[in-house]
Design a protein around this ligand. Sequence first.
Ligand code: ZN
Length: 346
Amino acid sequence: MTNYKNKRVNEVAVILLDRLASLEDKPSILRAVELKALYAEIPLLPDSEKGLFGKEINALKMHLAELVAAHKDDTEKLPAIDVTAPIDINVQTDKTPRLLSSQFGSQHPLVSEIQYVCEIFYSMGFNVEMSRQIDDDYHMFDSLNFPKDHPARDDYDTFMTTEGFVAPAHTSTMQNRMLKKYKDNLSLKKPIAVMIVDRVFRNEDLDARHEHTFYQAEGVYVDKGVNVGNLLATLKTFLGRYYHQDIEIKTQPSYFPFTEPSFEIALSCPFCKKEGCNICSYSGWIELMGCGLIHPNVLKMAGIDPVEYTGFAWGGGIERLVMMKYDIEDIRYFEAGKLEFLRQFK
Ligand SMILES: [Zn+2]
C-alpha cells in the first residue's frame, strides 16, 4: 500500500496507517511522535538526501490529513438519533434491550419533597407556580432593584448565552411576573400569595454543599399592613410542618437588593434540639434561607403602590431542606443518578 522511496518514511507510513484504522481520535495521528521524529532526522542527513526525504515526509503527512478529512465526512453522514428517546428507538436490534421494569422505579426524592413543600404552602393559601429555566437580564436583575453594574450582581454568577439570555440564579426572577399576574387580587381585597418553585443555576465550584443546578422555592406575599412578624410566622409554621416538630427560628441581618430589611433565617437543629451535633456544626442552629420585606422599588416596578401595600418574600434551596430531613451528607447525590441512593427513597 505504501510506496515511498525512502525506507524510513515507508516504515513510519506502515505504522501510522495501521494505527489510524483503530484510532478513535483520528486527527491526533497528525501529531504522532513518529512523524515528528522523521522531521527531526532531516538535519542529520547528507545534503544530497535531504530534498527527497523532506518531500516524502510532507507527502505522507498530506496523505494522512486527507484520510482524516475523509473520515470526518463519513461521520457527518451518520443518521441523526434522538438522544432523549428510549434505547430501542435509536438502536435497530432483534434483541430486546435490558431495561429495568417500571415496577422497580420510584419517584426521585426531590420530586416527592417538592410536592410536599407545595402541599404545605397550598394549604396555607398560597398559589403554586413554576419558574423558567431560561430568562432575561430584566427579570434576573433590573426588575429586582439591582442597579446596572452594581457589585451585588456578582453574587449571582450564572450561565448566559451570547444572545443575552440568562439561566436563572434564583426563582426571584419570577417576582415581577407574579406581582403583575396577581395584582388584581389587591383591589378585590385579597392578598397576593404565591409560591414559586423550579430549577436554578449557579457557576459554582462543586463540593458536598454546592451544585451548579439545584431547586429553589420562593414565597411572595403582599397585602395591606404586612410586616416582619407575618413573614417569620409563615416560615415557622412551614418549617414546623415540614419537619413534623416545633422549630425555633432566628434571624440575622443580611443584604438583598430586592428586600428591605433583609434577613438570613436559621432554624433550631431538628436533630439535636439545639444541644449540638455534626449536622449543625455543634452550634444548635442551621442557616437555611434568605428573606425580607419586598423593596418598595420592586413593588413599584410591578405597578403596586408601596405606600398602600407591603409584602414579604423568602427563598431557599430545596436540597438543603431535604438533606437535613434525611441526613444526606452530599448534595451531589441528587443529580448523580445512582440507584443505591435513589432506592432508599422508594
Ligand atoms: Zn444539631
